[in-house]
Design a protein around this ligand. Sequence first.
Ligand SMILES: [Zn+2]
Length: 326
Amino acid sequence: MTKEELTWYWETLLVDAHNDVISKVKDNGLDFLQRQTGTHSDLPRLLEAGVNLQVLALFAPPDQNKSTTLQRILSYAEYILECTDRDPRLHLVCSKADLETLNPSAGKLAVILGVEGGDCLGEELWILRLLHRLGVRLLTITWSNRNALADGIWEQDAKGGLTRFGREVIEEMESLGMIIDVSHMSPAGFWDVARVAAGPFIASHSNAAAICSHPRNLTDEQIRCIADRGGVVGVNFCGPHLTESGSASIDDVIAHIEYLWNTAGEDHVGLGTDYDGIDAAPKGLEDVTALPYLIHRLKERGHAERRLEKLMGANFLRVFAEILPG
Ligand SMILES: [Zn+2]
């Protein structure tokens, strides 16, 4: 496949709803702005892949006290802000107006700051408001553990959903214009969000349980609920979420995409690669620069360009524009 064979790809906005590279580079003293060898992504390779908007996850492991978790989240946010100061190719998206400036051929990467796991909030709503002021526009309500907002997927046997504080967070996020992300939540938590949230919400990096019965994956009912609400499911590249054996290739990613299209409809599926949050990338998608190849393979299978444009970015852009403030 040459660049010329996929001309429309480079003219189409590409959005990835989940990438964990920031904690990886920051914790290892690497530079996000320079090409790396030990990661799946960095600024040069994200640009090379044609990614125009990247949700960068700010994630701290939950096995720490709350102030340490918050400090780590803040240090990652500060690192990204400092990167945007150092490199004019990188800029933050905070509003609907910012989304409207995206241009597939500008050679720039726009970034949405997303906090993965509400642990850093403790039980303080003002921390959410402060993170919003710093530019954070997405919150994954839980990681896989339990926090003060809700239960994550590891706690699914407890059947716990949103707490009172979790409900307040959902309401505050909707009034601030923040994107609600239900990836990693327990089933009870998911259905509580569906009941409490007035607007659309997303699963930034979750696959189909019907294809791979990993607890992190979504049931058909959950997939249809996200679609009915106008949200989007981002397909992730995590081996154990793609196949039950855990070893996966580009074909397994395609199988999940096609299944999600059939279940949710083509307006509700996007990409949430989880690059640098996964141990081993699928064969054929070894790093972020393989994304054009994924789209090429889907096109070869007869999928229309319009459907692929929606997968690449139009769907997430639609829901982000609906949620973010003007
Ligand atoms: Zn995750």
